[in-house]
Design a protein around this ligand. Structure first.
Ligand code: SAH
Ligand code: SF4
Ligand code: F3S
Length: 445
């Protein structure tokens, strides 16, 4: 009987991608998978460390799995960023953990699991690598319209609040050739959308002698026959050469959407965060993007970073109102182990003030998003049909170029996932457009 693995993923899209890598590595070595923790021989979780809330969810799940382990022998493994960040501290807190593996250790996972399963020994692998890109492993992807491709790993930016450089190590890019081969294979398997991933995706550079930069790679992936749409995340505002903006503005299969993490609208905060741009630089980049036409801009903002004053928060609030992002993720600053901010600055904004700032930004952005979406009422939008909507099996959904969710009645038209559909919008909320399919024009006789 093959050993059965239950594998749960927390965190960002890079972690979802890594889970697909892990599935491939384990499947190759004879492991099987189950969607039932109660039926598993091995319980694995791929974890995130970006904010304290991510840690709390992992601790909660570990407590549940510990209870399961009391009733039968099961191996518990913790993978990913939190494993890498906390190492021994996590093992000490949870004696039930048998395997701990960081993001660069997944090739060794079969051996680590064997050690735990057969010899009942704890197995730990948390060395970061300067070279590992898993370039030779084809991830095991679920069928679906979208497929992730990690084009680079790690981050060298060391924004002072961020744990990622410590959990994922130094930045390294995969060769463009193998990324393009993978995109061809994905198109042949029926994936219509590819999302290129990296913690700092736009600083991508294909290793010598190829040397292709991100703008070139993006265009090349979008040229792969069968790929209808290319998305990419997450970029840093520092690396936006005009050529990249041109590809986004002009290539018909690159989504007209840029996620552009702002973090703060105050120059003192941006400087303390080590973001390397000013409020003015950021606004100039937004203007540059908008001069090239209708390109949706979304963002990330942190409220309550070390020593942030009311006036400095106000600078962020006013800038968010001025720019009118399509949408924004708003985060409460969460002090992370190892980071520069933790060593250099006091985390001194009271919790209640942080929460209030987050709520104010969230409410503001919800109004802005709703206004953006309401402007589309009466217009036609194009989506790639993805499948059933989250809330109802009678409804179908897809996303616009700008990554806004669109929902319509399934019975209204016989679409299949991967089809392109035109939907006339008749209602809108801050997060969703509702509408009816526009019948394709009959061919002229
Ligand atoms: N590489 C991406 C960031 C990934 S983390 C980038 O540079 O855009 C996603 C978002 O989480 C960040 O943009 C930031 O807004 C938020 N974040 C990161 N560390 C955080 C922390 N310590 N507290 C609160 N939010 C944080
Ligand atoms: Fe973190 Fe900054 Fe790197 Fe993004 S660019 S992953 S915020 S260090
Ligand atoms: Fe979390 Fe690691 Fe992604 S910390 S956000 S899973 S890179």
């Amino acid at each position: 009987m093959p050993r059965r693995v239950y594998l749960q993923t927390f965190g960002c899209q890079m972690n979802e991608y890594d889970t697909e890598l892990v599935r491939s590595v384990l499947r190759d070595r004879g492991f099987a998978f189950t969607s039932e923790p109660a039926a598993a021989d091995v319980l694995l979780m791929n974890t995130c460390a970006i904010r304290e809330h991510a840690h709390a969810r992992v601790h909660g799940r570990l407590a549940q799995w510990k209870t399961l382990k009391r009733t039968r022998p099961v191996v518990i493994g913790v993978l990913g960023c939190m494993a890498q960040n906390l190492k021994q501290e996590l093992l000490d807190a949870h004696p039930a953990i048998d395997v701990l593996a960081g993001p660069d250790a997944y090739r060794r996972l079969p051996e680590l699991l064997a050690q735990a399963l057969e010899r009942r020994e704890r197995a730990v692998a948390v060395e970061l690598s300067e070279y590992e890109t898993y370039d030779t492993i084809l991830p095991e992807r679920a069928p679906g319209v979208n497929a992730w491709i990690a084009i680079m790993r790690g981050c060298d930016n060391f924004c002072t609040f961020c744990v990622v450089p410590y959990t994922r190590g130094r930045e390294r890019s995969r060769p463009a050739r193998s990324i393009l081969d993978e995109a061809h294979a994905l198109a042949a398997r029926g994936h219509r959308q590819v999302t290129l991933l990296g913690q700092n995706v736009n600083s991508y550079r294909s290793p010598a002698p190829d040397g292709r930069d991100f703008a070139e790679l993006l265009a090349d992936v979008a040229d792969v026959p069968g790929i209808e749409r290319v998305r990419w995340t997450s970029p840093h505002p520092r690396d936006f050469p005009p050529a990249l903006l041109d590809v986004v503005a002009q290539h018909p299969r690159v989504c007209r959407h840029i996620h552009l993490p702002l973090q703060s609208g105050s120059d003192r905060m941006l400087d303390m965060m080590g973001r390397s741009y000013t409020r003015r630089d950021y606004v100039a980049l937004v203007d540059d993007i908008r001069r090239r036409g209708d390109i949706a801009i979304t963002t990330d903002v942190i409220a309550g970073f070390c020593t942030e004053t009311d006036d400095e928060f106000r600078d962020t609030y006013d800038l968010v109102r001025e720019i009118e992002f399509q949408s924004a993720y708003v985060f409460k600053y969460s002090e992370r182990k190892h980071t520069i901010a933790r060593r250099k600055f006091p985390d001194d904004v009271p919790e209640a003030v942080k929460s209030e700032r987050v709520t104010r930004l969230f409410d503001l952005q919800r109004e802005i998003s709703a206004a953006h979406n309401r402007r589309l009422i009466g217009a036609d939008v194009t989506v790639l049909v993805e499948g059933r909507a989250k809330k109802s099996s009678r409804q179908w959904m897809g996303h616009t170029d700008a990554n806004v969710t669109v929902v319509w009645d399934k019975d209204a038209a016989p679409f299949a996932p991967g089809d392109r559909a035109t939907i006339q919008v008749n209602d809108a909320s801050a997060s969703t457009l509702f509408g009816v399919p526009v019948p394709a024009l009959a061919p002229a006789v």
